[in-house]
Design a protein around this ligand. Sequence first.
Ligand code: NAD
Ligand code: GLY
Length: 376
Amino acid sequence: MSETGFKKVNVNLPGSGSPNISYDIHIGAGLLRSCAPFLSPLLKRPFVAIVTDENVAQAHLESLTQTLDSAGISHVTKIMPSGEASKSFTGLETLVDWLLDNKVERQDMVIALGGGVIGDLTGFAASTLRRGVRFTQIPTTLLAQVDSSVGGKTGINVPQGKNLVGAFHQPSLVLADLDVLQTLPDREFRAGYAEIVKYAAICDRPFFYWLESNLDALKSRDSQALSYAIAKSCQTKADIVTQDEKEYGARALLNLGHTFAHAYENLTDYSDNLLHGEAVGLGMAQAARLSVDLGLCPETDAQALVNHLASAGLPISQTDVKGGPFEATNLVNAMAQDKKVSQGVMTFILMKAIGKAFITNDVSAKQITTFLQNQG
Ligand code: NAD
Ligand code: GLY
């Protein structure tokens, strides 16, 4: 895609007593090699601290550092181990030590070059360093381009559960380069696709039809199809986050499938047995089936969603997961650690139809246990 093919989505958050927070998400091919004009105006001095992981460093770090060198921007780089384990107190300590040792100043810019793990960890480190430094997201997985790099949720995992320690800290810029997706393993690509389907299922039925028609193009990583799907996803997320940055209401919709997903991730020890996006795919399939069981959603809609997830190669039942099926009571116990639990009551995002998701506290632990016992 040429430069003229770039798409831009703006996120503009009303400041409470302070100026609005506004940043752009740029989407297009070749952005890593042409990042300087986007980055330079945001720098107080020609210096950035880059955080990435081993896999991304091997595939894409040189493109970034060469571009920065050409633009006269000096840089230091921290390469974290790839994988969820870096999103931990140990990983955070390592990273913050390194940022301080490298004298990263309050006005400096930190760059997260990687997937959701690097984005979440770097964003959290940036939020705490000197009480908050700015950071740029350069997401390199499909999941990070459509979800984790946007909206300012940052954090780490702890033994009690996923993302239980963190902060809201918005990036100053997001650069989603379509070219970097070409090196992404198929399984990671499919996992990221689940988050795209999520936006359609939440609030955009025409987008769901578009996804059905364009699944083959998306699977073959066609730039035009990807650019449309990524921009549409980012716009939907931006709209929801603008309404409710800190998740007191509507933002919880973005957790469609996640109450289930976080429980499966917990029971598979956040391991390669189940990637986050895969867990979201399975979680959405179950949220749709639960919605039908409760008489809230037409069977045809749930079936269309489940069929689409299956066509995309995502797990749609517990037996698709290594180590599954799981004890219903263990799943429900894991759900009790969900961040959306309030006064001991679980929150679920369910569907009235594809494109009409809603938030409810009306599902009891008994109902969910029975539902899970009847699921494969
Ligand atoms: P990830 O960051 O672990 O990346 C997946 C794998 O792909 C890693 O091995 C990574 O090294 C590799 N990789 C990344 N980009 C690559 C590329 N271009 N080419 C080759 N390999 C590449 O995982 P993820 O799926 O991107 O993110 C998952 C994390 O995101 C979870 O921790 C989840 O909790 C978090 N998340 C956060 C939010 C949020 O709003 N902050 C939203 C969704 C998910
Ligand atoms: N991924 C859910 C959110 O950002 O709110």
